[in-house]
Design a binder for this molecule. Structure first.
Ligand code: AMP
Ligand code: GLY
Length: 427
């Protein structure tokens, strides 16, 4: 059956989603709101912001959209899926109630406690004096988390008691993260290896994706400020089959069962951020969407038609659909604007894009805009260059060769994407 699709969002994740959906023979028309210069080549960009719930619903109704695929967390937390469902429009992504798993750290921790999902010990406070008393009883290192969505910035890992007190002041009293900091979660500091596991869900059953590893720090060697993610690779050799099985039975399945039991079934992508230390497995956070830049390496390895998976998630029957993955590797290098994740310029002309037309290289646009015949920078993370190869080394070589051919003033990227995967002998 022909399907008219709308993808919501404008980053590299959404370009990868559009790229994968456009390959489906059933996708007859594809719109993106608001999209970027890359999505414009595969779909029709419409100038509606990703957080404009009313605008998106009106557009979907007027255009008779059959299915909406939501990329970022903000529209999910704002209830875009609920609003579309009220209009009888099918949407891929959790409802606002289910998206609380990401949108409220306090909800997420309470949910984990209730369902005995392994996570760090914690307290949750809106009252400053009680939070301070908890800090007195739990010395540093300790982690403070603003309850609400704070664009990935609301987590403070405090190595000293002084930092923890200052952090508490910043979150609860100075409202550094605005209303996201009306409540604070204070959490046990955990050590080990961080791993993200993503799975599709239809509300009842799960289909895990290949493991991908992100690189959060801005500079080589995991130095510098935290970013949205500077690169990724997949499959990541981070969990053995025993651990993978435990992630399913101890984390993912209890989430889906708990959400269904609460009357708020979880449909869409469940992203579990985990800390693994030997046998010890704990959840750091849940995200209610695909990761960025994890999507840019996961989808190129997916052999099953993405639209069929999305349809199965929304309509049920995911367990009938075996997912097939390529045995190859993928690596994505994020090209960022000078100054990112701090302030950066926009509007710089990107050169060399036409040089990258090889097989096994995909250039996913993130912060870009078409300006006449030029493609210009329009964000901090500008492009994600994905290479594919029979080995991780091969994928990295292709990604880096292509990244080196693209230029604008001040462009920078990490040179050690995938190094941890290579060190584990996956090359
Ligand atoms: P989150 O958004 O909760 O994943 O936190 C962002 C980052 O903070 C994570 O990727 C970890 O590097 C770090 N982090 C979060 N919680 C903890 C914790 N309990 N112990 C140590 N590091 C943490
Ligand atoms: N790359 C991390 C995230 O999407 O949250």
């Amino acid at each position: 059956m022909p399907v008219k699709l709308l993808v919501v969002g404008s980053g590299g994740r959404e370009h990868a989603l559009v790229w994968a959906l456009a390959r489906s023979p059933q996708a007859t028309q594809l719109y993106v709101a608001p999209g970027n210069a890359g999505t414009a080549r595969l779909a029709t960009n419409v100038p509606i912001k990703a957080d404009d719930v009313a605008g998106l619903v009106t557009f979907a109704r007027q255009q008779d959209i059959d299915l909406v695929v939501v990329g970022p967390e903000i529209p999910l937390a704002l209830g875009l899926v609920d609003a579309l469902q009220r209009e009888g429009i099918r949407a891929f992504g959790p409802t606002a109630a289910a998206a609380q798993l990401e949108a409220s750290k306090a909800f997420s921790k309470a949910f984990m406690r209730q369902h005995r999902i392994p996570t760090g010990a914690y307290g949750s406070f809106s009252d400053y004096a009680s939070a301070l008393a908890y800090l007195d009883a739990h010395p540093a290192p300790i982690v403070l988390k603003a309850d609400g969505l704070a664009a990935g910035k609301g987590v403070l890992v405090c190595q000293t008691d002084r930092e923890a007190r200052e952090g508490l002041q910043a979150i609860l009293r100075d409202r550094r993260f605005g209303t996201a900091g009306e409540r604070v979660v204070i959490e046990e500091y955990l050590t080990g290896q961080e791993v993200s596991v993503l799975a599709f869900s239809d509300g009842k059953s799960l289909a895990p994706m290949v493991l991908a590893q992100d690189h959060k720090a801005a500079y080589d060697g995991d130095r510098g400020p935290n970013t949205g993610g500077m690169g990724s690779y997949a499959p990541a050799p981070l969990l053995d089959p025993v651990m993978l099985h435990r992630v399913s039975t101890e984390v993912l399945e209890p989430v889906i069962a708990g959400m269904a039991q609460a009357g708020t079934p979880y449909v869409g992508v469940l992203y579990a951020g985990l800390m693994v230390n030997g046998d010890d497995l704990r959840v750091l956070e849940f995200n209610c969407r695909f990761g960025d830049p994890e999507t840019q390496v996961i989808l190129p390895l997916l052999k099953t038609d993405l639209l069929s998976i999305v349809e199965a998630c929304v309509s049920g029957g995911l367990d009938q659909l075996g997912l097939e993955w390529s045995p190859r590797s993928a690596a994505c290098v994020v090209l960022a604007a000078d100054g990112y994740p701090g302030d950066y310029a926009r509007g710089l002309t990107i050169e060399g894009l036409e040089n990258v037309a090889e097989e096994d290289v995909l250039v996913f646009h993130a912060g870009t805009r078409q300006d006449g015949s030029r493609v210009i920078t329009d964000g901090g993370r500008v492009l994600g260059v994905t290479g594919l190869g029979d080995t991780l080394q091969g994928a990295l070589d292709r990604a880096y060769a292509a990244a080196g051919a693209i230029r604008w003033p001040g462009v920078f990227y990490r040179h050690d994407i995938g190094a941890k995967g290579l060190a584990r002998g996956d090359a």
